[in-house]
Design a binder for this molecule. Structure first.
Ligand SMILES: Nc1ncnc2c1ncn2[C@@H]1O[C@H](COP(=O)(O)OP(=O)(O)OP(=O)(O)O)[C@@H](O)[C@H]1O
Ligand SMILES: [Mg+2]
Length: 262
């Protein structure tokens, strides 16, 4: 079942004669239950794409459908609610509110949505237990470990069973061991909690947890890799080979996409 459909998306910043075309006619779909990674050099349009899908930014032209709903037709006054009810976010800095407890951070969007407190409580406790942070629910972010903060951010992203979880460089500020833990949590949410995830990353290791990777270049999709039946380690090797071919992780897109087609 198709969750997300992006059609011929274009985004220009600025005005004549200084226009930057951040997205240049980009199309793809994401099926329910997929874990899709997006890789591409700095400036290739990854964040712009995520911001358009999350309705934080609006494209210059093109269409975005989520569950068949045309996101560009949502009225401004309904956007915040749409985001709270339909999307989950995992940010690089995790963006936990320091004045709220872990429990309150996880519950915030549902509370704003007006869910009753008993339902909220049940959902928060269920996901906290699933992710192993039930013992720190009453603590504040500065009182818990980095890994617990990560899991809190994951719990917050998934607690309301969003249709799609969006993550922009979630491991960007983490050391390798924390990255592994976070990616294992995201993989668990994808495989066992049916979360559909779209994740931007520069990092081949993080990308290797995805089921499919889209490579962006100059605002379009330049190549695609499917994990298929490969193990994660094999997939990691395949991604690394592509990166190496391309002259290192600064240039994460293939110069000859046909060569890498699955
Ligand atoms: N608000 C803006 N105004 C003008 N140009 C912008 C704006 N935001 C992004 N751009 C330009 O659009 C292009 C795509 O930017 P974007 O942030 O999407 O890249 P990215 O792939 O996320 O890069 P990075 O890996 O560095 O985060 C870049 O050329 C960037 O300079
Ligand atoms: Mg970016």
């Amino acid at each position: 079942m198709r969750i997300l459909e992006v059609i011929d998306l274009k985004k220009d910043y600025g005005a004549e004669p200084n226009i930057t075309r951040a997205l240049n006619g980009l199309s793809f779909t994401v099926a329910k239950g997929e874990f899709v990674g997006i890789m591409g050099a700095s400036g290739s349009g990854k964040t712009t794409l995520l911001n358009c899908i999350s309705t934080i930014d609006s494209p210059t032209s093109g269409q975005i459908y989520l569950d068949g709903k045309d996101l560009l037709q949502i009225k401004d006054r309904d956007l915040a609610r749409f985001r709270r009810e339909t999307l989950g976010f995992i940010f690089q800095e995790f963006n936990l509110l320091e004045t709220l407890t872990i429990q309150e951070n996880i519950a915030l969007a549902m509370a704003i949505n007006g869910k009753d407190s008993k339902t909220i409580d049940q959902k928060v406790h269920a996901i906290a237990e699933r992710l192993g942070i039930q013992d720190v629910l009453s603590k504040y972010p500065h009182q818990v470990s980095g890994g617990q903060k990560q899991r809190c951010a994951c719990a917050r992203a998934i607690v309301n069973q969003p249709r799609l979880i969006l993550a922009d460089e979630p491991t960007g500020a983490l050391d390798s061991s924390s990255s592994r833990t976070l990616m294992e949590t995201m993989q668990d949410m994808n495989q066992n909690l049916q979360a559909t995830i779209l994740m931007v990353t520069h990092d081949a290791f993080s990308a290797s947890y995805a089921s499919r990777i889209l490579f962006l270049k100059d605002g379009t999709i330049y190549g695609e890799l499917e994990r298929g039946t490969q193990t994660r380690t094999q997939f990691f090797g395949q991604i690394l080979a592509i990166l190496e071919d391309l002259g290192g992780p600064q240039d994460v897109y293939p110069t000859q996409p046909e060569k890498h087609a699955p």
